[in-house]
Design a protein around this ligand. Structure first.
Ligand code: SF4
Ligand code: SF4
Length: 365
């Protein structure tokens, strides 16, 4: 417990900065905007944690609850002149809550269900024919969201990658550990990320079909001193071989907008790859949303918000869907499977790149 509390004391300068700030990043926070509650903005969360980081109060569930009302979108950080590490502090607060059994009930239930979720993942991976041996050469890492929701797209992405670069193997039975990290279970996160890294140790290249997994392994793991195998996103991998992508193959589909996902865009700076892919596949430039790149709008699906505040998460998705409709695009290329699924649920024609690859297969059939 002392170790977890020291996590927070190391954040005293960050929470102090927010306490004295006139909410400069407030307009950027999708949760505060959708809920109308400044207590769940970066300013509110960080200011509320200050009495814990300076040691003047003991943690309570009430103190820590706002830290679970954050999608981890990092939009506040792109507005912050002081480079305050909001999401890292939020994750530290969640770790304290987890270690002291102070997490919200919905999060505790989510954590209790994670072993069952892992069993389902292994069963789905077996159906996909994925190996559980150490993988070498080019390896495609599917990620648990895509395996659970769209397994046929995993298979299609694997086939498309093989057309681009030759044989590739699939790892689909392991998770990068992001759900454990989001829930504050740092040891659970470390175990999954390191186990996955062991499986991938002989790979020459690892391609993540879900940008959230790549961000977890490339960025979050390093922040927590967790050993993790670096990954490319599918978009980065394919964009680097764009001359092998059939030009204009999806021209008949109409115009695409690009939604920059929080993890691929703000998180890893991968803004250009989706735009070049849209242009190559459709023969026309991607339509820009009114808020794009560093200012891109969150879809509401991250950071366990759909579990802790589902109505707020849904309102955030509807705001993003409005932005897509206002753009006049026929479709949107979403940066991650979670955003894509949430946009589809509002009636938007949304695709991830692995989903678009399926369309490519249909076009050629
Ligand atoms: S994250 Fe930066 S801009 Fe936002 S409240 Fe804190 S100090 Fe102010
Ligand atoms: S990371 Fe996103 S959701 Fe969390 S406080 Fe910052 S702007 Fe709000």
């Amino acid at each position: 417990m002392a170790r977890q509390l020291s996590l927070l004391s190391e954040r005293a300068a960050a929470t102090r900065a927010c306490s004295y700030c006139p909410k400069l990043c407030r307009p950027a926070c999708p949760v505060a905007t959708a809920s109308g509650n400044d207590a769940v903005s970066a300013w509110g969360i960080m200011g509320g944690l200050h009495s814990l980081t300076d040691g003047s109060a003991r943690p309570t569930a009430e103190h820590l609850a706002p830290a679970f009302a954050c999608t981890g979108c990092e939009h506040c950080q792109s507005h912050c002149e002081l480079a305050v590490p909001v999401t890292e502090t939020v994750l530290d607060a969640r770790a304290v809550a987890h270690s002291q059994h102070l997490s919200p009930a919905a999060v505790r239930e989510f954590v209790a269900d994670l072993p069952t979720r892992e069993e389902r993942l292994r069963a789905s991976a077996t159906q996909l024919g994925a190996s559980d041996e150490a993988a070498s050469g080019v390896v495609v890492f599917a990620g648990c969201t895509l395996v659970a929701t769209r397994p046929s797209h995993v298979a299609a992405a694997l086939r498309a990658i093989e057309q681009l670069v030759g044989p590739a193997s699939l790892v689909a039975d392991l998770c990068c550990g992001a759900p454990w990290l989001d829930a504050g279970d740092l040891e659970g996160f470390r175990a999954r990320a390191e186990s996955l890294s062991d499986r991938l140790r002989r790979a020459s290249t690892v391609i993540a079909l879900d940008a959230g997994c790549a961000h977890t392994m490339n960025v979050r793991a390093a922040q927590r001193s967790v050993r993790a195998r670096a990954m490319d996103t599918l978009e980065q991998f394919v964009a680097a071989r764009i001359d092998r992508v059939p030009a204009g193959a999806l021209a008949s589909m109409g115009a695409f907008a690009v939604h920059d996902s929080c993890r691929a865009g703000r998180g890893m700076g991968a803004f250009d790859a989706p735009r070049s892919l849209v242009e190559r596949l459709t023969g026309r430039r991607a339509i820009e949303l009114a808020y794009n790149r560093e200012r891109s709008q969150c879809s509401g699906g991250g950071g366990l918000l759909p579990i802790t505040a589902p109505t707020v998460a849904d309102a955030i998705t509807r705001d993003l869907a409005e932005l897509v409709r206002d753009s006049g695009a026929d479709h949107v290329l979403a940066g991650c499977p979670t955003s894509s699924a949430r946009l589809r649920a509002t009636g938007i024609s949304s695709f991830t790149l692995s989903e678009l690859i399926c369309e490519l297969g249909r076009d050629r059939a």
